[in-house]
Design a protein. Structure first.
Lengths: 254, 254
DNA sequence: CTTTTTGTTTGACATGGATCACAACCCGCC
DNA sequence: GGCGGGTTGTGATCCATGTCAAACAAAAAG
């Protein structure tokens, strides 16, 4: 079977960390059989418990991974956009997806089947190592998340998030939020109301927010405020949102 | 180099999920060069940021992984005992340990060097698959942790923990807590005081606690109370604490 | 342009859990 | 036995964040 991916899709695939450093023929083998599909916002891609027979790469839009408590409360554990893969870990034990996945903003996705992928994995040691590195990154991300959630108040988490959006070569910047505030709030483990209040509170340290544009007067100060004592320049998003322009100048604020 | 491990150590190694299904010669290759060492409670094994040039297997005692906020608050992300490995993930990127590790109760550990392990990994595809499964398990664990922490109050987390200690073949049991209440409290993301109150609250659902022995009158009811709607029989501890007797009859309460 | 829908902010309020303080208890030790 | 250090339980208080309700803004639909 020879499925032809769009030019754009192929280019995006090359940016996926999971596939980095793989030879062209391996890459072709992988993408061969992958499906390119579009989904509207709100679409449920899979639910926790379902057999994990596939994984995804995002071409555009946003996808969130989350768990839901019986009383309807949800807890977001991941938020992915262009150039990122998700749900690839669940294939390695027979326990099914540990989370739900829903499209948070209209998205185009590549769908890879587990069968195909796992047989490729058998042959390709480099791919296995990439996977290990990827899962390790995910682990680091979750650990950090857990730490932030228990040890830092809302405004510090928000501060850390904003810092992660800032370019590192200047000390003042205007960046635009990569998506809905509602989404970001969930991503930071708080309700939208708390997000709003946290943002208001950051005015004290020179952060002003208008629409989805955020201006930071003194990035170093903000970083200090976020108690990012650790050097970790780790982005707060699972992997760098590779293609999302970060400075406001790169993309007008809607 | 031929390091001789104790009979007891070799036996423990066979129970480690990470090594399950490996051939005898591979196992020998791995353990060869591993160091067997004893540590007193309180010993810091490594700190976040240090280069991850080794990983551990627990022979006895308890080890906790945790992060520390600048103001001294700590957040436990893992708690390991006999038959479990830890810190094996950090070797796959060059970012150093993401957490601190300290001995929570006098322990004997096996120390494996990264060099040795990684070269073995090069040759052995099965080991790579074990690693993938292991990291996936860790991911599931952290995700669950995150979910519980944000969506469940202290007493429900405690209830879930107690359920995870119970045998599944009866509906009433007396189990003994595997370690200090202080440790368990940390493990459940709460302060010891909150732990105590949570335990008091569980009396209402037929859970009584004396010393480190817990009696559960109706396990099914407790499970329902814990809102463990999900079938997941997942133990709350990272991996089953393989050798820790769970029923009080198996080991008298101190 | 008006209406509807969706996203964001603000206020008043309730509450879970942290914090501080201290009593009770268990343990090993002299 | 009594003494001192670590562990555990309880009570009083405080604060951050969730909750509910409503005003507001912007965008989409008609």
């Amino acid at each position: 079977m020879k499925t032809l991916l769009s030019r754009e899709a192929l280019q995006a695939v090359r940016q996926v960390p999971l596939f980095s450093g793989l030879g062209d023929e391996t890459l072709a083998l992988l993408t061969d059989g992958a499906l390119e599909r579009s989904y509207r916002r709100g679409t449920l891609l899979f639910s926790a418990g379902e057999p994990a027979d596939r994984f995804y790469v995002v071409l555009s839009g946003w996808v969130k991974l989350f768990r839901e408590s019986p009383d309807g409360n949800e807890c977001m554990v991941g938020l992915f956009t262009r150039g990122e893969s998700f749900a690839e870990a669940a294939m390695f034990d027979r326990l099914g997806f540990p989370v739900n996945a829903a499209v948070a903003e209209d998205a185009r996705l590549l769908v890879f089947t587990a069968d195909h992928f796992l047989t490729t994995l058998e042959r390709n040691h480099g791919l296995a190592l990439n996977l290990l590195a990827n899962l390790t990154g995910m682990l680091r991300y979750l650990i950090r998340q857990l730490d932030q959630l228990t040890n830092q108040p809302t405004y510090q988490r928000l501060a850390a998030f904003i810092v992660s959006l800032c370019p590192c070569d200047t000390n003042q910047a205007t960046v635009c939020l990569p998506c809905d505030k509602l989404l970001i709030a969930g991503r930071l483990g708080m309700k939208p109301e708390s997000f709003s209040r946290a943002m208001a509170r950051l005015k004290e340290v020179g952060v002003s927010c208008e629409r989805n544009c955020v201006h930071i007067e003194d990035i170093a100060a903000l970083r200090r405020f976020a108690n990012t004592t650790e050097e970790e320049p780790l982005t707060v998003l699972p992997c760098a949102a590779l293609d999302v322009p970060r400075t406001a100048t790169a993309r007008p604020c809607r």
